[in-house]
Design a protein around this ligand. Structure first.
Ligand code: SAM
Length: 218
């Protein structure tokens, strides 16, 4: 439960250097977050694709987080002479609760929600990771023009995420062309462990990506 979760009291109090000890550009903030990163397939693919960016996976399960830590440690070690994978890290966190403790306003420019837990039952819907309240938090940590990516194999959850994001004044869906041309859509479709499982089972993948709109002027 939460009292066992370590989280900073504010983004300023977070010691990022522990997570990215050998990343040259130490002061650069994290700009890409993989929420509920699972076993880290997307994380490491994004790390290769965006070697200059700091990427963070957040995962609530202890053992899964430890697995990803180990995975990153091994990748760093086997690529130590070229310094690859120093730009990705994972933390154990409940991202439904403490996101603004980790990230400043407008800090992120990409957030990924890949195959989130569907919470099928009606009474469990409030446990979903896309809700009105949480979307406002995502809007807070995402910068203008930043992108929130969602993918799921559960049609009902896809409709749910779309409905809530469509209704939110600070998000606008990318056009089909924009989604098709965004290389991160391709990466998230194929790189996560859950996505690979869905492919093996010949399941469908539903994608919806949204850009963070400017705050309205009053
Ligand atoms: N994104 C990964 C993938 O596509 O392979 C994992 C998908 S898995 C179905 C959902 C993951 O989200 C699980 O690993 C779960 O532990 C994690 N999760 C669920 N609620 C979370 C929360 N509140 N904060 C962080 N992670 C969470």
């Amino acid at each position: 439960s939460d009292h066992k979760l370590d989280y900073p009291t504010s983004p300023e109090s977070m010691d990022w250097s522990k997570l990215y000890p050998d990343f040259g550009n130490g002061d650069k903030p994290v700009t890409i977050a993989d929420i509920g990163c699972g076993y880290g397939g997307l994380l490491v693919s994004l790390a290769e694709r965006f070697p200059e960016r700091k990427i963070l996976g957040m995962e609530i399960r202890v053992q899964v987080t430890e697995y990803v830590e180990e995975r990153i440690r091994a990748l760093r070690e086997s690529h130590s002479e070229i310094g690859k994978f120093n730009n990705c890290a994972v933390i154990r966190a409940n991202s439904m609760k403490f996101l603004p403790n980790f990230f400043k306003r407008s800090q992120l420019d990409k957030m990924f929600f890949c195959f989130p837990d569907p919470h099928f039952k009606q009474r469990k819907h409030k446990a979903r990771i896309i809700t009105n309240t949480l979307i406002s938090e995502y809007a807070y940590v995402l910068k203008e023009g930043g992108i929130l990516y969602t993918i799921t194999d559960v049609l009902d959850l896809h409709e749910w995420m779309k409905k809530h994001l469509d209704e939110h004044p600070l998000f606008e869906r990318l056009t089909p062309e924009q989604e098709a041309n965004d290389e991160c859509v391709d990466i998230m479709t194929n790189a996560t462990e859950e996505g690979k499982k869905v492919s093996r089972n010949k399941g469908s993948k539903y994608i919806a990506c949204y850009t963070r709109l400017p705050n309205p002027t009053i």
